[in-house]
Design a binder for this molecule. Structure first.
Ligand code: UD2
Length: 321
């Protein structure tokens, strides 16, 4: 198979690309704004193109010249805070690129088996009912969430009106190897792990906890996310459908810290600060729809943390199960 992964040098993208490259030809497009070329395995099956999904000329050339069996659109400005600061800039990446891709697929990719668009639990906003089902109230509160939801609707519309085979996944809090901890809005587990690595190498570091730590999230290990992506992309019944990707279990940040401390055998130094503006207190996915495709998350939070620590402390890289 020939597979295009946009944002393929980023966190979820690179894990997906390395996994797919064992048996497929994978083309990666990434502008390396957040991703890193080092995230990608050295493989003859991976072709890397440095460029932006917002570059109409580049995207047209790519979609016109190559034929893809599957496309995973993972390129995005992932930081909600960036979308609040720069809504026009983030709109170009998080919405316009999706629209452009859909049009190019409609014109040039007649044999595409699936486009999987990655959306986010952010579309649910601050509506309090839990767990979130795909049919729960949508209340997107930021440019990021509105762009994701609008793009979702276009992706589904192209399936309904033009018979482009598409599916949408809504990621909850994904964590695991290759997540970049460089921004304060990076995934909280990557920031904790960065702290841990510094302490291990005798660099002073403290973890800043926003709020009292009782807020909870549905943290899903990237390996389970890859399984979800495979199931959604391969299943005919997933065409024109939206799926939550989580575990169906939530943990509080305080519980998370004690799980990490137990695994590491030492305390994480914590500084408490005020809750972030707009922070939601609880998030939890209802994954029953994804389960109908055969999804079964294999990693509890303890197991995922354990694997993540093994990855960080091993020089041999990480082999997915
Ligand atoms: C996640 C998504 C975001 C959006 C949102 C929708 C990630 C990385 N972000 O934001 O894109 O979809 O869900 O609801 O998946 N925290 C700390 N210290 C830190 C960093 C974070 O205490 O150094 C707290 C933070 O205030 C929050 C929790 O940890 O209560 C999780 O933060 P996050 O940034 O990992 O993810 P979240 O749920 O805010």
């Amino acid at each position: 198979m020939t597979i295009l992964v946009t944002g393929g040098a980023g966190f979820i993208g690179s894990n997906l690309v390395n996994f797919l490259a064992s048996e497929n030809q994978v083309v990666v497009i990434d502008d390396l704004s957040m991703g890193k070329i080092e995230n990608l395995d050295k493989s003859f099956n991976i072709e890397f193109i440095k460029g932006s999904v917002t570059d109409n000329i580049l995207m047209k050339k790519l979609l016109k010249e190559k034929h893809f069996d599957y496309i995973f659109h993972l390129a995005a400005i992932a930081s909600v805070a960036d979308s609040v600061e720069n809504p026009i800039k983030t709109h170009k990446v998080n919405f316009d690129s999706v629209f452009l891709l859909l049009e190019l697929i409609r014109k040039y990719q007649k044999s595409l088996q699936r486009l999987v668009f990655s959306s986010s639990a952010a579309v649910y906003g601050d509506e309090v009912s839990l767990p979130k089902k795909e049919k729960s109230v949508i209340r997107p509160l930021t440019a990021y969430a509105i762009d994701k939801f609008a793009a979702e609707r276009f992706v589904l519309m192209y399936s309904n009106l033009y018979k482009v085979p598409t599916s949408v996944v809504r990621f909850f809090n994904v964590y695991g190897p290759k997540q970049n901890p460089s921004s304060p809005y990076s995934g909280v587990i990557s920031i904790m792990m960065d702290c841990f690595l510094k302490i291990q190498t005798n660099i002073e570091a403290k973890f800043t906890l926003f709020g009292n730590g009782k807020q909870s999230r549905d943290f899903v290990f990237v390996e389970d996310v890859l399984k979800a992506l495979m199931l959604v992309s391969k299943s005919n019944s997933a065409i024109g459908e939206v799926y939550n990707v989580g575990t169906g279990h939530a943990v509080t940040l305080l519980d998370l810290i004690s799980i990490i401390e137990k695994t590491l055998g030492f305390k994480l130094p914590v500084i408490y600060e005020d809750l972030r503006l707009g922070d939601i207190s609880e998030s939890l996915a209802d994954i029953s729809k994804l389960q109908t495709l055969g999804y079964k998350p294999a990693n509890t939070i303890s197991r995922g943390i354990d694997k993540y620590i093994k990855y960080l402390t091993s020089s041999n890289g990480y082999i997915f199960e």
